[in-house]
Design a protein around this ligand. Sequence first.
Ligand code: G16
Length: 543
Amino acid sequence: MTRQVVATSPIEGQKPGTSGLRKKTPVFMQPKYLENFVQAIFNGTGGAAGKTYVLGGDGRYFNDRAAQVILRMAAANGARKVIIGQNALLSTPAASNLIRKRATDGGIIMSASHNPGGPKEDFGVKFNTANGGPAPEGVTEAIFAETKSLSEYAILESADVDLATLGTTMLGEMEIEVVDPVADYAELMESIFDFGAIRALFASGFTLRFDAMHAITGPYAKAILEETLGAAEGSVVNAVPSPDFGGGHPDPNPIWAKELMDLMFSSEAPDFGAASDGDGDRNMIVGRNAYVTPSDSLAVLAANASLVPAYEGGLKGVARSMPTSRALDRVAESLGIACYETPTGWKFFGNLLDAGRATLCGEESAGTGSDHVREKDGLWAVLFWLNVLAVRKQSVEEIMADHWARFGRNYYSRHDYEAVDSEAANGLMNALRTRLPNQPGREVEGMVIEAADEFAYDDPVDGSRSEGQGIRILFAGGGRIVFRLSGTGTEGATLRVYLEKVETEVAALQDNPQNALSGIISAADKLAEIRARTGRNAPDVIT
Ligand code: G16
């Protein structure tokens, strides 16, 4: 087993985005591409010598090969130990839990989340720090800086490590512990929720369909929902993770989880439907005839948190990403707790959670979580809903109607224009930016613009400032449009248009969101000249 120091040179474009480095798989598989980025992670975080890391991924194509490379590089860089999920599998929240529970120095997660996987699809690598959360911007900037000056990387020459067998082995001087990916996570869930109440719910005949979308949550959901909580066998579908997610797009939203949506709106619908994504941090909640938007789900969970054992003492505060609807703000107001508004990206919640300022966090992009880990957590959100349903003994539809009647409804939708020409997308954003000062007071589609700005965030804990986080147009009466370019796409630019309108009239609470938002939707096109600048007549994805 020899340690090799391989000469290399910087590779362009290794800048981590919203959540780590995501590229097309063939890009990641190019000679030295993965190696350069992994060496940059080690160099940018003070070296690997003597450190302990967690390693795992969502099982997508190249996950197994990348894991072997990362292990050999960690060993060659002097790491003390790597704790790795069996067969290099770990859901993102399970990885976050292990990083915290075992008090490690951080972890490397191999995933491109909800993006499709396969030889021609997407792959990704991200570094999480010792708190279990995605590296904050200061760290990702240091890693990026390393990618631009790298001249060599270190790797051990060795045979593949057996990752199928649980237990401890050595790779050179480094210890490798292969762990059951599910066990610690399942234990954590049991410490948070009222498993007795959920068990009783299933025993009473309550039915569920959980769509794991051929991705990582299959084994977790089978073990927890079916084997521990007593959901009928077969309630978890598409439960075997596959390297290309069964050829699908493992993004739990009404478009990509259409089969589940169709079922939930049919006469065969079970009581509750849910789905998670490629790496298990996103969730979709849908009741019988009732799709719950991620923003509404976050608000409902906050309003009902006292029904869950871990949160019955009250929430310290809540946080949402800026484009997430402001339904949460009204719940926070009624609870008399702070509601923080952060830029898009789970990494921005880390400081608030660590400082004990927030207990629950969430994003419109199907992410909800709490201070139990430092990632969003798909299955946790599903269990939270089940706990609430078990206690309230109402349907999802009834819970939503009740919530809107109490707090009003924030009609909400996101329109995505994918793989848009990057120049056109930047041109659209620049034009909006230039016109910002002239917007207040302007009338569009019968609505008056009250304020317009580009969101910047001053972290209240460490004082860091993040600029250029989305353009906001705020209308009198609570309507809002946000324009942002995605930081997770791997092809061209993805323009995200976030649309919101507040309704408090009881008679108008049950409308179709696209209908309720029609004025806001045409205002967005007028303000940003979407059709003219992108050449698109309609969004690719509406959530
Ligand atoms: C990642 C981040 C989320 C973010 C989402 C969308 O989610 O962790 O915080 O909201 O991307 O980001 P963007 O709008 O920049 O594409 P995931 O599930 O992909 O890790």
